[in-house]
Design a binder for this molecule. Structure first.
Ligand SMILES: Cc1cc2nc3c(=O)[nH]c(=O)nc-3n(C[C@H](O)[C@H](O)[C@H](O)COP(=O)(O)OP(=O)(O)OC[C@H]3O[C@@H](n4cnc5c(N)ncnc54)[C@H](O)[C@@H]3O)c2cc1C
Length: 231
């Protein structure tokens, strides 16, 4: 019965999704981080005022959310950053994807962005790199100066273009250290009273632990926007 319902739901969902083309794939070193360039001319990206997610069909009756970033509304293109180092349907989909593939996806709102002008601190893991890049694209940097700490669980070679275009992003890899202690050390090096907003996204336990720690710090007056992705 559950399988029949799942199939019916999937049929409905497929009808709501649109066809997009993979126009480029770049795998980092190690290859477990995959950048996927997508073109979907029908998607109205000009209307994106909040961080979006695209629901992708990643297998038979399987759908996963990924965050579109670096979009160009005129060309109808955007980029997905997919972490694919674990065993999962979405991960396997990203491991085998190639330029020229056709994919099914639909875009919806995912997260709010800061509204009160002032400095923004952003704490993410690599699965939420797209989230931080999307936040950057949606905000005016003169009114919302941004600093981003990205936790890396492996010693990746970060593409030089990504480093050059995003000097406000710090990529944090510490051998044998976990997400929360690394990001906590980084945020404690900041003058926390100076921030109006703090955005946290990625692994759900990491997001909730960092949120809890920030809430317990008296000088933090910032609004905290938290979004857990996976656990
Ligand atoms: C709003 C939103 C936006 C998202 N945007 C992105 C994005 O831009 N990029 C991205 O990579 N993911 C993103 N995710 C997470 C993504 O949708 C999937 O949940 C995740 O990729 C896992 O799917 P999967 O099928 O590979 O693994 P699952 O089948 O869901 O999980 C299999 C196993 O792998 C573990 N696991 C899942 N993800 C990871 C990971 N990243 N690292 C290590 N272990 C993991 C799980 O705990 C589980 O044990 C987003 C999620 C949400 C809700």
């Amino acid at each position: 019965m559950a399988a029949i319902l799942k199939k019916a739901m999937s049929g409905l969902l497929d009808k709501m999704l649109g066809t997009a083309k993979v126009i480029g794939v770049n795998r980092w070193e190690p290859e477990t981080m995959v950048e996927i360039d997508v073109q979907m001319p029908g998607l109205n990206m000009d209307k994106w005022k909040t961080i979006h997610r695209v629901k992708c069909k990643v297998g038979e009756l399987e759908y996963r959310d990924y965050t579109p970033s670096c979009w160009n509304a005129e060309k109808g293109t955007f980029k997905l950053y997919v972490e694919a180092g674990h065993d999962g349907v979405g991960s396997r989909w990203a491991q085998q994807i190639q330029a020229g593939d056709t994919i099914l996806l639909g875009s919806v709102h995912a997260s709010q962005i800061p509204v009160k002008e002032g400095k923004v601190l952003c704490l993410v893991d690599l699965s939420a790199l797209g989230h931080a890049l999307s936040l950057k694209q949606l905000t005016d940097h003169t009114k919302f100066p941004l600093e981003v700490g990205v936790f890396l669980h492996e010693s990746y070679e970060i593409p030089q273009v990504l480093i050059n275009e995003n000097p406000e992003f710090e990529f944090l890899y510490r051998e044998n250290e976990h997400n929360v202690p690394v990001l906590e050390k980084w945020l404690m090096s900041k003058k926390l009273a100076n921030y109006e907003s703090i955005c946290i996204a990625g692994n759900t336990p990491m997001v909730s632990q960092l949120r809890k720690k920030l809430k317990a710090i008296p000088e933090v007056g910032a609004r905290i926007l938290a979004q857990g992705f996976w656990s």
